[in-house]
Ligand binder design. Structure first.
Ligand code: MN3
Length: 199
């Protein structure tokens, strides 16, 4: 059962002006597709070919670098599209809002630490809100690495590879991260994942 490229959950121009059609055409249709295609080539006839994407990510970590890189990126991007929506940002659902405030002192501080993680991830990688032992934490990871291999549940992640923002923001990663938090995040979906992870 080959891995598939899930369609974007909205049209390519739906996130404008914060993320352009051109960015999504490259990022989803070319970059994400390449991770899926490469992972499928590496999986072909191998022992992990019929496993779920999550199982492939965990099993390849530490013993098959090319497969891990591509499978982890396939997993990361599938969630990344769902973590955004047109007219995102705004009000955070109550239970998640409380979880963030409990963990960081305030919503502003939570957002600040998330953005800071993205800013300080040197080179390519991701910044995350994860749930570990029932509590929300900030995490940053290099390249395709993700919370699946850190024993925590990802509830929000942002791609800080340059391909995610260079067309729209050039070198201004901070502006991209601020726009992501203020205008793109689908907090209802984050709340759904928080509910599952924290119970
Ligand atoms: Mn990417």
């Amino acid at each position: 059962m080959a891995l598939t490229l899930p369609p974007l959950p909205y049209p390519h121009d739906a996130l404008q002006p914060h993320m352009s059609r051109e960015t999504l055409e490259y990022h989803h249709d070319k970059h994400h597709k390449a991770y899926v295609d490469t992972a499928n080539n590496l999986l072909k006839d191998g022992p992990l070919a019929n496993k779920s994407l999550e199982e492939i990510v965990k099993a390849s970590h530490g013993n098959n670098v090319p497969l891990f890189n591509n499978a982890a990126q396939a997993w990361n991007h599938t969630l990344f599209w769902k973590w955004m929506k047109p007219n995102g940002g705004g009000k955070i659902p109550g239970k998640l809002e409380k979880g963030l405030a409990d963990a960081f002192g305030s919503i502003d501080e939570a957002k600040k630490q998330f953005i800071q993680a993205g800013m300080t991830q040197f080179g390519s990688g991701w910044a995350w809100f994860v749930v570990k032992n029932g509590k929300i934490e900030v995490l940053k990871t290099p390249n395709g690495e993700n919370p699946l291999i850190h024993g925590s549940a990802a509830i929000l992640g942002v791609d800080v590879w340059e391909h995610s923002y260079y067309i729209d923001y050039r070198n201004r990663r901070a502006d991209y991260l601020q726009a992501f938090v203020d205008h793109l995040v689908n907090w209802e979906y984050v709340a759904e994942l928080y509910q599952k992870a924290a119970g």
